[in-house]
Write a protein that binds this ligand. Structure first.
Ligand code: ATP
Ligand code: MG
Length: 244
């Protein structure tokens, strides 16, 4: 059976797409799903460092083997460039790399294949749209209006391409005050809600500003029993519910 394809998109950079992609992938796997994650940010890959993977994939019978971490099968251009040199490619080559990741990697049987996208509406999202026809999308924003406005353009492009928007994730929504336990909203409130309304969709999650911390399994992965770890589990539950 074909896996459910889910891409994690935003208009603006640095809002948390890779964090959401990696943690959603791990949470789906914790719930027993077979999960693959393609780091489609070919130039600006961050999945290898977030998941603390420094290995080169093997090739078996001309098929690239994904690297497995926390139960998730991973492929990233970062695995192919261990010396951390910048990736220099012209537009058309990006599509070829994506095609290789999709069709030449030995994914085996998967329930979900996630795509961590670069910001914006450039070559990579368009190439991906040509390659995968049944894409579901999660749009990530911060509560800040500018981020949600720009994310709207990414979401609006999704709607035009006929892909289905699963919902909006508002990241870096609030800080849980250590003294009074009240949430503080340094970037304002309601950016995610407004974005979801304008996309005629829903807010799937609001994640606080919090680093994964010392007990975390990897630099960018939250512990499953932490507050955000539990919120990611709920997000994974929602994604399963919305896609089955
Ligand atoms: N909820 C959060 N609390 C604190 N830090 C966070 C949170 N979410 C993400 N970060 C941090 O913010 C930075 C940007 O996050 P991330 O790389 O996931 O964003 P991105 O949208 O993928 O960026 P890019 O557009 O560059 O690909 C990272 O250092 C990440 O660890
Ligand atoms: Mg990223």
């Amino acid at each position: 059976m074909k896996p459910v394809h889910v891409s994690i998109v935003s208009g603006k950079g640095g809002v948390g797409k890779s964090t959401v992609s990696a943690n959603l992938a791990v949470s789906l796997s914790r719930l027993g799903k077979k999960v693959g994650l393609i780091d489609a940010d070919i130039y600006g890959f961050s999945i290898p460092s977030m998941m603390e993977v420094r290995m080169e994939p093997e090739t078996v019978q001309e098929r690239l083997q994904p690297i497995e971490k926390f139960g998730v099968k991973l492929m990233s251009s970062g695995f192919l460039r261990l010396d951390n040199q910048p990736v220099v490619m012209r537009g058309p080559m990006l599509g070829r790399v994506l095609k290789t990741f999709l069709h030449t990697v030995d994914w085996g049987e998967l329930d979900y294949l996630l795509f961590d996208l670069p910001p914006g509406t450039g070559d990579i999202p368009l190439d991906l749209h040509d390659l995968v026809k049944d894409m579901r999308e999660i749009v990530v924003t911060t509560p800040h209006e500018t981020a949600s406005e720009v994310a709207f353009r990414a979401g609006a492009m999704t709607a035009r391409t006929g892909n289905e928007i699963l919902g909006v994730v508002e990241n870096m929504s609030y800080i849980q005050c250590g003294c009074c336990d009240k949430p503080l909203y340094p970037f304002g409130e309601n950016g995610g809600k407004q974005l979801a309304e304008s996309l005629r969709s829903r807010v799937l999650a609001q994640f606080p500003i919090e680093r994964p911390g010392q007990e975390a399994p990897a630099l960018g992965i939250y512990h499953e029993d932490s507050l955000i770890g539990r919120q990611y589990r709920e997000l994974a539950d929602d994604v399963i519910r919305l896609t089955s």
